[in-house]
Design a binder for this molecule. Structure first.
Ligand SMILES: [Zn+2]
Length: 456
């Protein structure tokens, strides 16, 4: 059946962590949807686990922009944190140099991944006054107390503490992982403000020179840019507790008339070759590590190939597979004219169903098949549908040229290795490299200027 235009827009449903169900999404103001995501703590290169959260947000925001007239997407930068202080000290550089460089690297990596920038990207250090306002308000409302240069949130003062993550506060207090300190009334109480030594970053405050706790940063920045109530708060599932639970407690105790976030969206974690990514296992992959091996678009397709709420297993084989899929999609686009088309209904339906990206990609496969069979309307639909996922927006010629030039670079590297082996009189290695190139269909021609090559 030839491809035909979509008939109507499906209704969006999202899995809300707090309601623990997939529910229809109804914005507080249908004219203006507001989204907040926790951004990076800028002390090191972003890894592919960080990327998964940023990509989930990107697909969500692209979809919201398609469905609603206006979307404001805020994603912060955490540029004050003890990890930053420690890293700057270890590197022998000042904090501002480290956070500025890391922020630029983060932006460059996300741009390479075709992740659209947020509308507002507040930095924690530019919002210290807002954090102090919120802390003062919490003390006034009886939800926080100052002790020993610290200000702590009193968990017992907020009966719905634990409602977001589904944890029982009693169990939290009994848990051994909670830091016990003499200045805490209750071991579950968490830090809003802490004192700084002279060699730590600090700001003057009514409670002495100090710095904010991490959780209050997001409460302050979301309030400043989105107000007491906004639509969606998102992040990785590792942030659900304690970070998001604490943000929620702070914000609702500051602004009891508000809702804070009306929906909570959390993406699942990522494995690398079946194992949890960790520096000690040696399978820790930054975005840059992967981009040295494959085009960014292949990584993007690979990550979107799993539903955001299921654990994703990153593998090198999967990355190569994604690249082959993109070869096929781009071949379908290159096979003839690509008319401008609306986003196809199958893709919209899949994405509107709690961001079902694997189903949307299955639709793209079907459209690519139709396009390769000569249906150019399907080629238009393929490009428009892929655009919702931030895919297939390159010129096909550029895609294939990029592939070819990467292959050429790999061949030239092997030829250089062979030349070096010959110079070192390691003829066995030189011959082995020649055989390897021959097996790839490469013919070498040694001459007085070096070695030239051609495809057989
Ligand atoms: Zn946050």
């Amino acid at each position: 059946m030839p491809y035909s235009e979509p008939a109507h827009m499906p209704h969006l449903s999202l899995h809300d962590s707090q309601r623990r169900a997939t529910v229809p999404f109804t914005p507080l103001d249908p004219e203006h949807v507001k989204v907040y995501y926790c951004g990076p703590t800028v002390y090191d290169l972003a890894h592919i686990g960080n990327l998964r959260a940023m990509l989930t947000a990107d697909v969500l925001v692209r979809l919201l922009r398609h469905l609603f007239p206006r979307v404001t997407f805020v994603r912060n930068i955490t540029d004050v944190d003890d990890k930053i202080t420690a890293r700057a000290r270890a590197n022998g550089e000042d904090i501002a140099t480290l956070t500025e460089r890391t922020t630029q690297e983060f932006h460059a990596d996300l741009a390479a991944m075709n992740v659209l920038p947020p509308d507002i990207e507040p930095r924690a250090t530019h919002n210290i006054a807002e954090m102090q306002d919120l802390i003062a308000r919490l003390i006034e409302n009886g939800h926080a107390y100052a002790a020993d240069g610290h200000v702590l949130f009193s968990v017992a003062s907020f009966p719905s503490y634990g409602a977001l993550s589904g944890r029982d506060p009693e169990e939290l207090v009994a848990g051994a992982r909670v830091e016990v300190a003499t200045y805490k009334k209750d071991p579950g109480d968490f830090v809003l403000w802490k004192p700084s030594d002279t060699d730590q970053p600090g700001w003057d405050s009514p409670w002495g020179r100090g710095r904010p706790g991490w959780h209050i940063e997001c409460s302050a920045m979301s309030h400043r840019y989105l107000g007491e109530s906004f639509d969606i708060h998102g992040g990785g599932s590792d942030l659900l507790f304690p970070h998001h639970e604490n943000e929620r407690a702070q914000s609702l105790c500051c602004f009891p008339q508000g809702k804070f976030a009306n929906y909570w969206v959390h993406n699942a974690m990522l494995l690398v070759e079946g194992e949890k990514m960790s520096k000690s296992l040696g399978n820790f992959l930054t975005i840059r590590d992967v981009l040295a091996q494959a085009p960014a678009e292949a990584l993007r397709l690979l990550l979107l190939g799993a539903h955001y709420r299921s654990t994703l297993n990153y593998t090198l084989a999967g990355l190569q597979e994604a690249r082959k899929t993109l070869d096929r999609f781009y071949r379908a686009l290159a096979a003839g004219p690509v008319p401008d088309t609306d986003v196809p209904e199958g893709v919209m339906k899949a994405l509107a169903d709690d961001l079902n990206t694997p189903m949307a990609i299955a639709e793209l496969h079907a459209l690519a098949g139709q396009a390769l069979a000569g249906d150019r309307a399907a080629a238009g639909a393929l490009k428009a549908g892929a655009g919702m996922l931030g895919l297939l927006q390159e010129d096909p010629e550029k895609w294939f040229k990029g592939e070819a030039s990467e292959e050429d670079a790999a061949i030239e590297a092997l030829i250089a290795d062979r030349l070096a082996a010959k110079k070192a009189r390691d003829f066995a290695k030189a011959d082995a490299l020649r055989d390897q190139l021959q097996a790839q269909g490469i013919v070498l021609e040694d001459n007085k200027d070096g070695t030239s090559w051609r495809r057989a």
